[in-house]
Design a protein around this ligand. Structure first.
Ligand code: AMP
Length: 418
């Protein structure tokens, strides 16, 4: 591997992309904070158990995608492959169950998964996410889904579809699992080897299979949605009614399986037709049992995560904002006094709130004007042995400035006039 290349599946966020990513952050912050969410940041790595116990031993994430390492103290740590479990860990560690419930938290952080790298699928990627912890009200589910829809809409994500389902509670799922396992066993000879090996461990994943025989078998498989408890069915009906009332279109997809084991009741996924095979833009659901899996008391929760790279791939193109330079400070001659005066002028301009850049590459005066034009500087200050001249790059007018403050004042007036 070349030391001049980022590791496979990772990427550098260059300045132009950074500006576009900021738009995602700004939209998420505005929409989520207006709904009472506050930002949280957890460490990049956690005790491995945080994920093992919640995401689930049988999932692809835990079985093959985690970056797990042993630190100098002999502890097993894992770079977070997802951020819900760490947030529930933090909620309990910091006694947030004593606050008014639900506690609403949002985040923007990177995750790490050793996945097959391809377009839209990386080994380090960034998620925005929202978690509402401490209430099992179905209105939390509907509100949370509507908030993600609003963010995707604001960012111009194209061809958005919402799939929705309910996984019920662990009790109804256990009963359903047995039904599904019986169906899979009865048709074992038509299944792919992979699915057959996982009948005991994770029969639900059979719905995800591409294998033609397995797909055929799954067409007549019993569906969990038809086997929900009365309470779960009612919860789901309310979520649906509220989403409908909120004007959000969705499809019920009884086969929606998320790659994490902690979900209960509502699950959902937004996809975009503008993406290829990695069409998931964001998804999530309710996780009423997650806190107990971590050893805390029963604490219902609901949340989602959406991938920033996927959002940007699926969003309408928007112009990359140009960096602003209102004042370019050029130096005429190579005297120490002029260079210091130029340095101080740039600093004074910045203190006054004027975006200013100083000549730093020893260019000729002509070269400095070229550089100022490249930066689209509104003014150029030429600091020379006889004082400061200020050139308005729009009108071409050049006038002497009495002092550095006078030069800065002229630039400020020009900014407000513009
Ligand atoms: P998940 O936790 O798997 O439900 O992922 C939530 C969202 O994160 C997905 O809808 C994607 O937008 C994004 N995502 C998940 N895995 C990756 C990846 N390997 N690369 C880029 N984005 C990802």
């Amino acid at each position: 591997m070349s030391t001049l290349q980022a590791p496979r599946g990772t990427f550098d966020v260059l300045p132009e992309q950074s500006a576009l990513r900021l738009a995602v952050e700004v939209a998420a912050r505005r929409i989520l904070e207006a709904a009472g969410y506050r930002r949280i940041e957890t460490p990049a790595f956690e005790d491995t158990d945080v994920f093992r116990r919640t995401v689930g031993e049988s999932t692809d994430i835990v079985q093959k995608e985690m970056y797990t390492f042993v630190d100098g103290g002999g502890r097993s740590l894992t770079l977070r492959p997802e951020i819900t479990a760490p947030i529930v860990r933090a909620y309990h560690e910091h006694g947030m169950h004593k606050l008014a419930q639900p506690v609403k938290l949002w985040y923007l952080s990177s995750c790490f998964r050793y996945e097959r790298a391809q377009a839209g699928r990386y080994r380090q990627f960034w998620q925005i996410g929202a978690e509402a912890i401490g209430s099992d009200d179905p209105a939390v589910d509907a509100e949370s889904i509507l908030l993600l829809a609003a963010i995707l809409d604001e960012l111009g994500v194209r061809g958005v579809r919402l799939r929705l389902s309910s996984l019920g509670t662990p009790a109804s799922r256990t009963r359903y699992r047995e039904l599904l396992q019986a169906h899979l066993r009865a048709n074992e000879d038509r299944l792919s080897a992979d699915v057959r090996d996982r009948i005991d461990l994770n029969p639900l994943r059979a719905f995800d299979a591409d294998h033609p025989g397995t797909r055929e078998v799954m067409r007549s498989a019993p569906l969990l949605l038809d086997h929900l408890d009365a309470d779960d069915a009612e919860h789901f009906a309310t979520v649906r009614a509220l989403l409908g009332a909120g004007g959000l279109e969705y499809e019920i997809d009884a086969t929606l399986v998320r790659g994490l084991d902690y979900y209960t009741r509502t699950v959902f996924e937004f996809t975009s037709d503008a993406l290829g095979s990695q069409s998931g833009v964001g998804g999530g659901g309710r996780y009423d049992g997650l806190a107990e899996q971590l050893g805390a008391g029963h604490t219902p929760g609901m949340g989602w995560a959406a991938g920033i790279e996927r959002i940007l791939l699926a969003a309408e193109e928007r112009p990359v904002p140009e960096p602003v330079c209102d004042l370019y400070v050029a130096v005429a001659g190579d005297g120490e006094a002029e260079r210091t005066a130029a340095f101080l002028l740039a600093a004074e301009a910045r203190r006054a709130g004027v975006p200013a850049q100083l000549e730093l590459a020893g260019r000729s005066v002509k070269g400095q004007f070229k550089q100022a034009a490249r930066l689209r500087a509104r003014y150029v200050a030429i600091v020379g042995p006889t004082g400061i001249e200020l050139k308005d790059m729009e009108s071409g007018e050049q006038t002497p400035a009495e002092s550095p403050s006078a030069a800065v004042a002229t630039v400020l007036r020009g900014r407000f006039a513009a």
